[in-house]
Structures are given as structure tokens and as C-alpha cells.
Write a protein that binds this ligand. Structure first.
Ligand code: PFF
Length: 453
């Protein structure tokens, strides 16, 4: 990253560096852990189709809009909204969008860190040979015993939060550019190898059929909302993460082209993860709807029984932890940037306080897998409730507001000059999507889930 004194933020050294950081934020547990298990819970193909349509029609235009807002203001999300609201002479209440994003980031990180802690623990389990020759039952009890222990979950949650805050305290520039450059392609290669392994099982076709055979009767009202919410979650949209990264993007770089690449990489990783996992689910008579433990109950069986599985298992979970780290950094960055830039905190102090707060909140998720697993609010455990409120409500609402702000509130000249799309029709298409299609679709999905449609 280079520093330009006339701007508040320092800048990514190149377009490639921004792509890496945005991909680092987008690709994470959402693709490899969450996408397969929610696909399993929501019946497969039809859910995948709705998710893909949402990425295309809602996710990509909003990602372009969110990056643009950040780059125009060059500030953290709270200040971005304040500044752009003034620029457009709009109602002051728009600035609450930045606040909501910061809160959503903390809430998501609180449970994200617990699950990333599971992945960290599985690095050790892979290393010590716990998966060796194991069958589905053995792997299942390994997982059940692990999640039943609040102390173990707490320990790994603390390790992951500590690592995240340590990296964030050193500034976005350090480490990020370098690590994502090497780790993302490695993760990709490993997923391809796992897909190769899935192909050798008798259930490969069945896995593919589950993922791609569209049967709309499997969709419930909530499935549609979950698919849409996941499009936001997986692309890191609706809460300011991508806005913060956009703020570091040099002015001469095309936002739209960059966005297509990031969204494509993100989607491919999720699909590969699904293609690797579902054949194993059927091969070992597991249930697609097993919930958040799905990858931890399936992939270790493969690692325990394939040649080279010991090393593959270690590598896979290490890479998953790194993918989670590059996402978790972006979840907390809006809050840290705001504390530093507006509240005069040093970066270290901002990290300590936000890290401690998030860690503490994460205990709710830790306990919801053991001592509080019967504690339900609105028929959901604490983890499920946090996930629902953030991914299904806060992110889509944030995304809706970003679309309306970019499409209706900002001056057309400003968005056009900021986006500098290569040809006029692509700008017009983006404008139609962000003004009409994206907000209307989000609104309709909400109406559908409450039963009006
Ligand atoms: N996109 C990340 C994932 O798929 O794991 C999660 C995430 C990061 C969500 C940043 C939201 C966010 F702002």
C-alpha cells in the first residue's frame, strides 16, 4: 500500500491488491461452511438457483454501489454516509446506515469467530491423526464431543479473536495483501482436489443432482429469504466492509470490472465446496440438513480415508482458517476505522476494546451449542438468532438502503463519474438494477416471508 497525504486513507498498491483484499473478505466460512449447510437445510437445487439469481441481480449491482460510496468519500462508513448525505443535500438520517453496518459487523464476527475457532481446532485434530481411517460415526462423535465442551469452544474462539485483532491492529495493509495472494489460490486448488475425490465416490451424481436439480416445491418462504441473505453475507455486502475497502481503491481503477471478478471467484468457491461435500453426505448416509456441523462431519471422513489425506486435512483446515481471518478482519475494520478516525483511539486501543466486546458477545454462540442449547428465542438458539438477524435482516436492509442511496439520492453525475463504466449501456443497466430491480426484489422477498405475497 502506498500513502497519499492528500487523502485520509492510504491506497491499495494496485488493482490486483484490491481484488485480493475484497476476495479475501468475500471468500470465507460463508462459502465453505455456510453455503453447503444452508443448501442442505433448504432442499438443494432450487435454493442454489435463487441464491445465484440474487448474486446476479441484487448482489453485484449493490457491490458496485457500495464500493463506489467508499471510494467517493475515502472515509470509514459512518463518515462516508455523513459526507455523501451532505453532498447530495439529503436527509441526515442516512448516516445511520453506517452505524447499522458497524453493529452488524460486530454481531456477525461474534459467531463467525466461534465457527472459525472450530476450524482452528480441526487443524490440530487433523494433525494428530484423529480422522485416520475413521467412519462417519467416529467423525460424528468427534464433532459432538467437541461442541459439547464450552471450554474448548471458548478457547478456540479466543485464539481466533486474538489473531484477528492482532492483524487488525497492524493496519489493513500489512499481511493482507501478501497472505491472500498466496492462500486463496491454494484453497482453490485444494477444493478442486476434494471435488476430484468426490468424483471417485458412487454418490457423485446424486450429490450433483441434489445441488442442481431445481424443484421449487422444496422452497419455503424462509428459504427464499435465506438465499437472498446469503448473497449479501457471502459477498460481504450491506454493512460497510466493502465500502471500507473501496475507500482504499485508487480513483483510476474500474469498480465494475473488479466487482465481477470478486463475485465470480466467490461464487465458484461456494459451488466447488458444495460439489465436494454433497457426494460425501450421501455416500455415508448423512443428512444434508445436518446443520452447521455439516462440513465438520463430512470432510474429515474423506481426509481419513484417502491417500495423502493427513496432509490434505491439515492444509484444508489451515486454509479455511486463513480464509476466515481475511473475512473477519473486514467485519471489524469499519468499527476500528471509525474509533481511530473519529474517536481519537490509537489503533491498538481500538482493537483491544472492539475485540474484547466481540469476544464477549461470542460467548452466547459458544454456549448455544452446549449449556444453552435449549435456550430459544423465537424458536432459535442464540447462534441461529444472531445469524438470522444479521444475514437475513440487517444485511439485506443495509443493501436496500445502499441501493436506494446510490440510485436515487446521489446525483447521477457523481455516480457516473465515479464509476466511469467502459460503455454507456453498462452504466444504464447498473442504474436500472440499483434503482429498481435490487430494491424491489429485496422488498418483495420481505413481503413474501411475512406472507403477504
Ligand atoms: N463474506 C464472508 C464469508 O462469506 O465468509 C463473511 C462476511 C465478511 C460477511 C464481511 C459480511 C462482511 F461484511
Amino acid at each position: 500500500m502506498t500513502t497519499n497525504n492528500s487523502l485520509l486513507h492510504s491506497h491499495w498498491s494496485s488493482r490486483f491488491a484490491f481484488i485480493l483484499a475484497a476476495t479475501g473478505s468475500a471468500v470465507g466460512l460463508g462459502n465453505i461452511w455456510k453455503f453447503p449447510y444452508i443448501t442442505g437445510e433448504n432442499g438443494g437445487g432450487a435454493f442454489v438457483l435463487v441464491y445465484l439469481v440474487c448474486v446476479l441481480l441484487i448482489g453485484i449491482p449493490i457491490m458496485i454501489a457500495e464500493t463506489m460510496l467508499g471510494r467517493r468519500s475515502q472515509r470509514n462508513p459512518v463518515e462516508t454516509m455523513q459526507m455523501l448525505t451532505k453532498e447530495a443535500n439529503a436527509d441526515e438520517n442516512w448516516q445511520y446506515l453506517g452505524w447499522m453496518g458497524m453493529i452488524a459487523g460486530v454481531l456477525i464476527l461474534s459467531y463467525y469467530s466461534v465457527i472459525a475457532g472450530w476450524a482452528s481446532a480441526y487443524v490440530v485434530k487433523a494433525f494428530t491423526g484423529s480422522f485416520f481411517n475413521a467412519d462417519a460415526n467416529a467423525i460424528q462423535s468427534l464433532f459432538d464431543n467437541f461442541t459439547a465442551s464450552p471450554l474448548q469452544l471458548m478457547f478456540w474462539h479466543s485464539v481466533f479473536m486474538g489473531a484477528t485483532m492482532w492483524i487488525v491492529s497492524r493496519g489493513v495493509s500489512h499481511g493482507l495483501e501478501k497472505s491472500v495472494r498466496f492462500l486463496m489460490p491454494s484453497l482453490f486448488v485444494l477444493l478442486i482436489l476434494l471435488v476430484g475425490y468426490a468424483m471417485t465416490t458412487n454418490s457423485y451424481q446424486r450429490g450433483l443432482h441434489f445441488m442442481f436439480n431445481v424443484d421449487f416445491s422444496t422452497l419455503t418462504r424462509n428459504s427464499v429469504l435465506t438465499a437472498m441473505g446469503h448473497a449479501f453475507f457471502t459477498l460481504s455486502l450491506g454493512m460497510g466492509s466493502i465500502m471500507v475497502y473501496g475507500a482504499y481503491l485508487p480513483k483510476d481503477i474500474s469498480i465494475s470490472k473488479t466487482t465481477y471478478l470478486v463475485a465470480a471467484a466467490d461464487t465458484i468457491v461456494a459451488l466447488l465446496a458444495g460439489i465436494a461435500i454433497f457426494p460425501l453426505v450421501f455416500e455415508h448416509n448423512l443428512h444434508p440438513a445436518s446443520g452447521p456441523g455439516l462440513i465438520f462431519q463430512t470432510l474429515p471422513i474423506a481426509f481419513g480415508n484417502m491417500t495423502g489425506g493427513w496432509l490434505m486435512g491439515i492444509l484444508f483446515f489451515v486454509l479455511l482458517v486463513f480464509a476466515a481471518l481475511s473475512s473477519s478482519i473486514s467485519l471489524i475494520e469499519p468499527l476500528v476505522a471509525w474509533l481511530v478516525e473519529n474517536k481519537n483511539f490509537t489503533r491498538e486501543k481500538a482493537c483491544i476494546w472492539s475485540g474484547l466486546g466481540t469476544w464477549f458477545l461470542g460467548l452466547g454462540t459458544v454456549f448455544s451449542f452446549n449449556i444453552w442449547k435449549d435456550v430459544h428465542f423465537f424458536e432459535r438458539t442464540i447462534f441461529q438468532l444472531l445469524d438470522y438477524i444479521t444475514a437475513n435482516l440487517m444485511l439485506p436492509i443495509g443493501g436496500f438502503c445502499i441501493a436506494v442511496f446510490a440510485g436515487w439520492i446521489m446525483h447521477r453525475d457523481h455516480t457516473q463519474s465515479e464509476l466511469q463504466m467502459p460503455c454507456k449501456p453498462s452504466y444504464e443497466l447498473w442504474r436500472i438494477l440499483v434503482r429498481y430491480v435490487a430494491p424491489a426484489s429485496i422488498f418483495l422477498v420481505f413481503l413474501h416471508v411475512i406472507g403477504v405475497l
